[in-house]
Write a protein of this length. Sequence first.
Length: 69
Amino acid sequence: MPFRVKRVYNPPFPKDALRVLWDWLRPLGLSKEKAGVDWWARELAFSGGLRRWFGHDPGTYPEFARRYQ
């Protein structure tokens, strides 16, 4: 089954089937209703500690991916 990755801030489209928010944090300034999220998969997302460690540094991505798995 194909899927698409979109930012939660992008508006939902009628063609969207199930919209899953895969993040530990709730998006700032965006309600669940406005985002059109059907399921907040918080338990599948990486932890806040791992997020802080990663710091969005591309050089640490391989280790980030290993720790996340």
